[in-house]
Design a protein around this ligand. Structure first.
Ligand SMILES: [Mn+2]
Length: 274
């Protein structure tokens, strides 16, 4: 397992659960100094990402790119893969598609979280899931060209009514034609929705593609009350080899949240040989 920390390049997302903000070079420098293996970037758009010297920043600081988020598609542009308007669905697919091309060229998977949208008004959950499946079956083969997966993230009930629990995610993967979609298991959302977080991870097993490493209150691990050892044990049992990426509030400060995260990562994950 490898450590990662989030960087938001989206001013409109201010207040959101990202550790570092605005300055990719400064974030990479801090992450590397603290001993993180990777960063996860939350960009404004694929175009913004394309205009940044990401590869040279990563190389300069000896970091990997764990993943790239698409939440700005929703937060900034109000695009959802399950919008009732087919034109908006098409624009949402294009937004994620372009992100896959940029992230893929950097060897990183792309995440679909809030862009899954929700079933509301005249749209049934079944209809929304059909649209989401259609979108994933278009997007996942695109990611496959870069030899990376597409990550799909169950969110808590206050953010969606589509993929909420890990079992919703697993049932959804079953209805896809593509086998290149994996689940992003976010410990903050799971703490709200799962009866047993470790059991949910064991159930997902090889379908766990990425983990958002956050405590019960979405602060850095160690600042809340989630019992982390059984979760790390479950990840070891399923031979999880991906990232534990801190998608947490930058509180009391970005630096403290990052430092607390890496200390927790070293405390709980050190000694495992995966
Ligand atoms: Mn998350």
């Amino acid at each position: 397992m490898r450590s990662a920390v989030t960087v938001s390049l989206v001013p409109e997302a201010r207040g959101g659960p990202f550790v570092f903000w605005d300055d990719l070079e400064a974030a990479a420098s801090s992450a590397a100094m603290l001993g993180f293996d990777a960063i996860e970037i939350f960009p404004h758009s694929a175009e913004q990402l394309a205009g940044l010297p990401v590869r040279s920043i990563l190389q300069r600081h000896g970091l990997q790119l764990a993943a790239v988020g698409t939440g700005a598609g929703w937060v900034v542009q109000r695009l959802r893969l399950t919008d009732p308007d087919p034109e908006i669905r098409a624009r949402a697919i294009a937004f994620v598609s372009n992100m896959i091309d940029q992230a893929g060229a950097l060897g990183a998977p792309t995440i679909v979280g809030s862009m899954q949208g929700r079933a509301e008004q005249a749209v049934t959950r079944e209809q929304a899931l059909d649209w989401l499946a259609e979108a994933c079956d278009q997007l996942a083969p695109r990611a496959e060209r870069f030899h990376v997966s597409l990550f799909l993230e169950p969110l808590n009930r206050y953010e969606t009514n589509l993929l909420v629990r890990i079992t919703d995610g697993l049932a959804f993967l079953d209805r896809l034609k593509s086998r290149n979609v994996k689940l992003l298991c976010d410990l903050f959302h799971m703490n709200i929705e799962e009866a047993d977080m470790a059991a949910a991870l064991r159930l997902a097993a090889a379908d766990v593609g990425h983990v958002h490493f956050a405590d019960s209150n979405r602060h850095a691990v160690g600042y809340g009350h989630t019992n982390i050892p059984p979760i790390v044990d479950a990840l070891k049992q399923i031979h999880y080899r991906g990232f534990l990426s801190a998608e947490v509030l930058p509180k009391p400060s970005s630096e403290s949240a990052a430092k607390q995260t890496i200390e927790s990562f070293q405390k709980y994950c050190r000694g495992e040989n995966s």
